[in-house]
Design a protein around this ligand. Structure first.
Ligand SMILES: CC(C)(COP(=O)(O)OP(=O)(O)OC[C@H]1O[C@@H](n2cnc3c(N)ncnc32)[C@H](O)[C@@H]1O)[C@@H](O)C(=O)NCCC(=O)NCCS
Ligand SMILES: Nc1ncnc2c1ncn2[C@@H]1O[C@H](COP(=O)(O)OP(=O)(O)OP(=O)(O)O)[C@@H](O)[C@H]1O
Length: 191
């Protein structure tokens, strides 16, 4: 079974593209969602995050305080790196466990953080102009202001770095249609 990565910066349209692949019955592993689930349920992760960021990282009911953590780590590369070191190995293991029960010609791992050497067979990059990403995020993420969005973008790979690792690029500039691009990649991956 081929393991295919789907990546791109915040607001590039990864989740939308993942939905299109899921309509073709491709199993999708959503790293962000799984990471958040693990962050709220994995005892070791919980204690390591509290040690790194303080008890404020969770509220009294044990829910992850995303706003607090987001503000802390997207302004501090060192903290972000340490948070990644706590979360990513466990997400990697969770992905391997998930893979065991999948049955399809290929699966997709959707994630904003991806490397060429992460054990994936192919990588799809969703590419969008910066102004469009920002416009979409100001509409979707009403809890974030422009500075917060720019901080997140600054802590992710640059568009050039994303494109460098691509086997396939999906252009989501709202001029090129997405469905034909997804179908073309799908046909190549199943053949
Ligand atoms: C930082 C957190 C609290 C922000 O949560 P929030 O709900 O406000 O935003 P959201 O999850 O939608 O993330 C915003 C954008 O940043 C991206 N992002 C998330 N974590 C990271 C990271 N470690 N490095 C770079 N980009 C990231 C997301 O993919 C998205 O594009 C949360 O994303 C988190 O705990 N991240 C650490 C876990 C992680 O690395 N997840 C990514 C996949 S493994
Ligand atoms: N081609 C498009 N036309 C119209 N709206 C779009 C298009 N692409 C994405 N959007 C919208 O832009 C927003 C961001 O897209 P999406 O959530 O898929 O991005 P993402 O890359 O998964 O972001 P994140 O990294 O934050 O999870 C969503 O509200 C989505 O519906």
């Amino acid at each position: 079974m081929l393991k295919v990565g789907l990546t791109g910066g915040i607001g590039s349209g990864k989740s939308l593209v993942a939905k299109l692949f899921s309509l073709l019955e491709v199993p999708i592993y959503e790293s962000d969602q799984r990471a958040k689930w693990l962050i709220e349920h994995h005892e070791t992760i919980i204690s390591e995050i509290k040690e790194l960021l303080g008890d404020e990282a969770y509220n009294k009911e044990g829910k992850y305080n995303k706003e607090f953590v987001s503000k802390a780590v997207f302004q501090n590369k060192d903290l972000l790196k340490k948070l990644n070191q706590i979360v990513h190995p466990r997400v990697g293991q969770d992905f391997e466990d998930w893979l065991i029960v999948q049955n399809a010609p290929f699966v997709i791992k959707e994630a904003a953080i991806m490397n060429r050497n992460a054990g994936l067979d192919k990588i799809i990059v969703v590419d969008s102009p910066k102004e469009l990403k920002i416009k979409r995020l100001l509409i979707r993420d009403t809890h974030r202001n422009l500075t917060e969005i720019e901080n997140i973008l600054a802590n992710q790979k640059s568009p050039e770095e994303f494109l460098e690792m691509a086997d396939f690029v999906i252009n989501n500039d709202e001029k090129s249609l997405l469905i034909p691009q997804v179908l073309e990649i799908y046909k190549k991956l199943i053949s």
